[in-house]
Design a protein around this ligand. Structure first.
Ligand code: MN3
Length: 237
């Protein structure tokens, strides 16, 4: 079954019909530009900007080592398989056609670029239509917070919790390893709005085995402006 397609003037359409638009989801760094290499997007803020909730050393290692490694390994695999010139979303929406390395490293590349933009020093609260949708689909912001936190705690070993827009409403889901909801192999697909990295490398230096403390703390630094913009894109408003 054909689950995704490139339509119109380069508009990316996901597996349940939602359009990502020409620019993709992670606006600034979506294309394999720069000589057909995916580039490691710089953090949109300083390494220490999310203190005290996420510590400086964790951000340095997470971005400069982990995300850099996914980027390097993705580029090597893209070159080896002559896949240059495709957007990262395009690779992931058709990931069943490619190697496990594209799934793991392409997923890692996308998920982290998306994660840095999901966070911001002054997170604030959901606003406008997104706030209304959260209240409608979860009952209240607190219910949503409890549900997503519970999902984040339920991820076994390594993976992600997500807020997605699918089938006309908001949903929380989890994915294992570096999988994500735009992949054609995903059991729950949708337009990603927010992601939460629960790999130990995201929190171990500061929180050790206390994932719960990390999950509680990260609510202080979600970038609700950015997440709200993604919601408008997902709903084409
Ligand atoms: Mn990570």
């Amino acid at each position: 079954m054909k689950t995704s397609a490139l339509l119109g003037a380069g508009t990316l359409v996901g597996s349940n019909g939602f359009a990502f638009g020409k620019s993709g989801i992670i606006d600034a760094f979506t294309a394999s530009s720069e000589g057909d290499e995916f580039i490691l997007p710089p953090l949109p803020y300083g390494y220490d900007a999310l203190e005290p909730f996420i510590d400086t050393l964790t951000m340095q290692i997470h971005h400069d080592k982990h995300h850099a490694a996914y980027t390097k390994n993705l580029n090597a695999e893209v070159t080896a398989n002559k896949l240059q010139g495709k957007k990262i979303e395009e690779l992931l929406m058709n990931v069943s056609k490619y190697s496990l390395s594209i799934r793991n490293n392409g997923g890692g590349y996308f998920n982290h670029a998306f994660f840095w933009e999901t966070l911001a020093p002054k997170g604030g609260n959901p606003k406008g239509t997104l706030s209304d949708a959260i209240n409608k689909d979860f009952g209240s912001f607190q219910n949503f917070k409890d549900e997503l936190s519970k999902k984040a705690m339920s991820v076994f070993v390594s993976g992600w919790a997500w807020l997605i827009f699918a089938d006309g409403k908001l949903k929380t889901i989890t994915t294992a390893n570096q999988d994500n909801p735009i992949m054609d192999i995903a059991t729950e697909k949708g337009f990603p709005l927010l992601n939460l990295d629960v790999w130990e490398h995201a929190y171990y230096l500061k929180y050790q085995n206390k994932r719960k403390d990390y999950v509680d703390a990260i609510w202080n630094v979600f970038n609700w402006t950015r997440i709200g913009e993604r919601y408008l894109k997902a709903t084409n408003k």
